[in-house]
Design a binder for this molecule. Structure first.
Ligand code: ARG
Length: 467
């Protein structure tokens, strides 16, 4: 005789092998969907009532038992336990223990295939906001640091070689721009999860008169899935979520890398606060950026979750397959690591000190070469010719170990007659940043405007949420 604790015992002669049962059980991790499972079950009990499958009284009794189960789980942290295969089986067992045969009626016309999709959609719809709040915190910390940097100038790098002078604030806002895109990407993943799958049955739809639109509305969805077969195995919303997580980790990792470099002794552009640094057990002088390195390291696993998941998905025949159960652990692990990484990085950024003496000192010299070429262009020399003239000046200065500031008006003129006596005024890092004209440039007025715009964006998101 089969062990009756399994949902499908009727079909089998013997109980499942314990080790195999444990292997395919998901209760250990999908218990996290408990609240969503109860929410979905409450709505389903009501829908069965409206469809006339359950009487109003039966529907009411099931709902009140489900609410009691939820309350018990909230008041007793050890409650969500048992030999159940998954959280759906757990809730059903609890219901049957309370209501007997009536509890066995809730699953009428419903499959775990659609139930698990619903639960995960509900879960992501409420969880994604926490990641967005985390991103807002990081963006806000970057704005704070940009504000304290004022108009301090540092070199911008290409190929990790000094390229052109920019405002320190401009560099910080470059990272903020990527995080704003991540925020939107999470919003898109949330939208994608916004489709109600109940009514799909196991794969072919349900044969009861379920008002799926009313059910969707009741559960806070704006639409119903389009096709029951697709609904059984559509996890695009999971892929989009994992993609948003992976790309966010790429961005925090790149910020971490910038800060690891810029806080090193060699650069010294920023100072890490002691509160977010670690010492060495051996070398007394060390002040290490461990949290930033860990953020960089964790990006690997979150990217791995996305690539692993897409590999899992790509070979699946249509309809539900148990492989899909793999979605939950990686979603939970990704969101946890993104949130922890974003928050730790925000704390590091919030306590950064800009060492403007160092950044300014590094922003003079050869990285003004493009400005010298632009000076000549403004006096009618073609850009290619100007590039060649300035290249020659650079070659001479490098050989002498000097830079543009050492040149007298006569020496300038010696290179090209287009150089006037005022050339020195144009060839400074301040003049360089001020000469930029486009809205996305490092022109101090534009940086100030875009800093204000990013701050306003953060405030708007925060206000929208509390309204
Ligand atoms: N634990 C399963 C999952 O996460 C729930 C759905 C099970 N459905 C099934 N036909 N075995 O995907």
């Amino acid at each position: 005789m089969a062990d009756k604790r399994h949902l499908w015992s009727g079909r089998f002669d013997s109980a499942p092998d314990e080790e195999v049962f444990q292997f395919q059980s998901s209760f250990e991790f999908d218990r996290r969907l408990f609240d969503d499972d109860v929410t979905g079950s409450l709505a389903w009990a009501e829908a069965l009532g409206s469809a006339g499958v359950l009487s109003a009284e039966e529907s009411r009794q099931i709902c009140s038992a489900l609410n009691a189960i939820r309350e018990e789980a909230h008041s007793d942290p050890t409650f969500i336990e048992g030999p159940d295969e998954d959280v759906h089986a757990f809730v059903e067992r609890q219901l049957i223990e309370r209501l007997g045969d009536l509890g066995r009626r809730l699953h009428t016309g419903r499959s775990r295939n659609e139930q698990v999709s619903l639960d995960l959609r509900l879960y992501l719809r409420r969880q994604i906001v926490h990641l967005q709040v985390g991103l807002e915190g990081l963006i806000s910390a970057l704005c704070g640091c940009a504000t304290s940097a004022g108009e301090a100038i540092m070199p911008a790098y290409t190929h990790l070689r000094r390229a052109q002078p920019v405002l320190v604030a401009h560099v910080l806002l470059a990272h903020a721009a990527a995080f704003q895109r991540d925020w939107v990407r999470f919003e898109t993943a949330r939208d994608e999860a916004d489709a109600m799958p109940l009514g799909s049955g196991a794969v072919a739809g349900t044969s009861y008169e379920i008002d799926t639109q009313a059910l969707a509305q009741n559960l806070g969805f704006t639409r119903v899935v389009k096709n029951s077969i697709d609904a059984a195995s559509d996890r695009d919303f999971v892929s989009s979520m994992l993609h948003a997580c992976a790309l966010t980790m790429v961005h925090v990792s790149r910020l971490a890398e910038d800060l690891i470099i810029f806080t090193s002794e060699e650069f010294g552009y920023f100072e890490l606060s002691d509160s977010v640094s670690t010492g060495s057990s051996l070398m007394p002088q060390k002040k290490n950026p461990d949290p930033l390195e860990l953020v960089r390291g964790k990006s690997g696993r979150v990217i791995g979750h996305l690539t692993g998941w897409l590999t899992t998905m790509k070979g699946l025949p249509s309809g539900y397959n148990k492989d899909l159960q793999e979605d939950k652990e990686i979603v939970f692990d990704s969101e946890r690591n993104v949130l922890n990484s974003v928050r730790a990085t925000a704390l590091v950024v919030a306590s950064l000190v800009v060492c403007s003496r160092r950044t300014e000192a590094a922003s003079t010299g050869m990285l003004l070469a493009t400005d010298v070429a632009d000076y000549l262009v403004n006096r009618g020399v073609s850009f290619r010719r100007a590039h060649e003239i300035v290249g020659g000046i650079v070659r001479d200065l490098v050989a002498k170990g000097k830079d543009f500031s050492s040149l007298s008006p006569e020496e300038w003129k010696g290179y090209d007659t287009s150089f006037a006596g005022d050339v020195g005024e144009y060839i400074t890092s301040r003049a360089s940043v001020e000469s930029r004209k486009t809205p996305q440039s490092t022109n101090p007025a534009e940086v100030k405007r875009s800093l204000a715009a990013v701050e306003l964006w953060v405030q708007t998101q925060r206000r929208r949420r509390t309204e």
